[in-house]
Design a protein around this ligand. Structure first.
Ligand SMILES: *[C@@H]1O[C@H](CO)[C@@H](O)[C@H](O)[C@H]1NC(C)=O
Ligand SMILES: *[C@@H]1O[C@H](CO)[C@@H](O)[C@H](O)[C@H]1NC(C)=O
Length: 343
């Protein structure tokens, strides 16, 4: 929907006031029909006003970041844009996500002026510290892990920011325990100001209702979901690409609140399968598989949540093949401030 112009909002408002005034002047003529029309007008006016003010209605609970959060988002985005095609980045990207594309989605970003810095961004420039949240699920000290990749990317971005602003900016990491829900605990850490930014996180439409993704993504690839079962399972010899129907009527454990769940459901439904996805904390997925709570467990093949645990379990095997889902685009995240919320 295009943004209504100022005159159109005011003419609607004027029209509504006029009809209310006419109704008040002749109350005995105010029929049912007229009332309905007025209500529709009112709703349209409200929609237009909200659109005019560009208020994004976020999922609850959310917080409203300040201009400084918007500035931080823009600064991170610009730094990402400047480093993502560097050889240093492409080589660590390739090593961590072999399926990643080297073509990044277009984006626009520019550095906010230092003298305009306020709120969170001013704090970061003053203190020289960016509080960054990382997931507990991927140990950043483990070479080759997703967490290690994210830290390596931050070590490219922060010097870039430091150069731009003439301030030495370092990361202070907080490990976020997001085993219960992959997303909500990250959002909470932003909301309660434990962290200023999350690096990095898969972009989904739903999440972008209550956190702000940077416009420039750092990772972009097509997701594939792999499936693991106990080695003595009747499914153990199945190739899910060739014979996805062998999962029909089965239950599959997945990480709670994970970004690929909706796409996975959509793909299995397109294939006409009834697969019951059961959300289970990541550290308990293998145990619940062994206990028979679910027939299989699944995650995305590029080091998805739980991947290393499934691979490490001796009595668990990965089925041949995969389910191909949509794009996985990852970007940095800051506190929700909506687009241009304050003017
Ligand atoms: C990615 O890494 C593999 C080796 O792991 C290499 O063969 C391939 O050429 C690399 N791709 C690019 C585009 O650098
Ligand atoms: C780093 O973050 C922790 C919280 O995770 C906080 O207690 C500590 O004060 C921070 N350190 C600095 C130097 O800001």
């Amino acid at each position: 929907m295009s943004r209504p112009s100022v005159p159109s909002v005011f003419s609607l408002l004027g029209g509504l006031l006029l009809s209310l005034w006419l109704a008040a002047a002749a109350p005995e003529e105010l029929g049912e029909k007229q009332l309905e029309v007025s209500k529709a007008d009112l709703e349209e006016l409200l929609d237009d006003l909200l659109e005019f003010l560009r208020i994004k209605e976020p999922a609850n609970p959310y917080v409203t970041g300040d201009d400084g959060d918007v500035q931080l988002n823009a600064a991170l985005s610009t730094a990402i844009k400047n480093v993502r095609e560097s050889d240093e980045h492409l080589s660590v990207l390739n090593a961590t996500f072999p399926l990643a594309s080297f073509d990044f989605p277009d984006c626009e970003a520019s550095y906010p002026a230092k003298e305009d810095a306020e709120g969170t961004f001013e704090k970061v420039l003053d203190e020289g510290i960016l509080e960054i949240g990382l997931s507990i699920i991927s140990d950043p000290t483990e070479p080759g892990s997703v967490g290690a990749y994210y830290v390596a990317v931050n070590e490219l971005i922060l010097p870039e920011l430091s150069r731009e602003y003439g301030v030495d900016i370092k990361a202070n990491y907080t490990i976020i325990d997001n085993t219960e829900d992959f997303f909500l605990q990250f959002r909470e850490a932003l909301n309660d100001e434990t962290v200023d930014a999350i690096t990095f996180f898969s972009v989904t439409e739903e999440r972008s209702q209550s956190v702000d993704y940077t416009s420039c993504a750092i990772v972009n690839f097509v997701n594939e979901v792999g499936v693991w079962v106990e080695e003595d399972s009747e499914l153990a010899t199945v190739d899910v690409t060739e014979d996805p129907s062998s999962l029909d009527g089965k239950s599959v454990g997945v990480c709670p609140g994970c970004f690929f769940i909706d796409d996975f459901v959509a793909v299995t439904q397109e294939l006409g399968l009834e697969v019951t996805l059961v959300e289970i904390p990541i550290t308990e997925l293998v145990d619940e598989l062994r206990a028979g709570t679910v027939d299989a467990v699944a995650t995305i093949l590029t080091n998805g949540p739980g991947f290393s645990l499934f691979e490490a379990a001796d009595d668990v095997v990965k089925l041949e093949g995969s389910f191909v889902l949509g794009d996985d685009t990852r970007a940095a995240v800051t506190r929700f401030a909506g687009p241009d919320r304050r003017r």
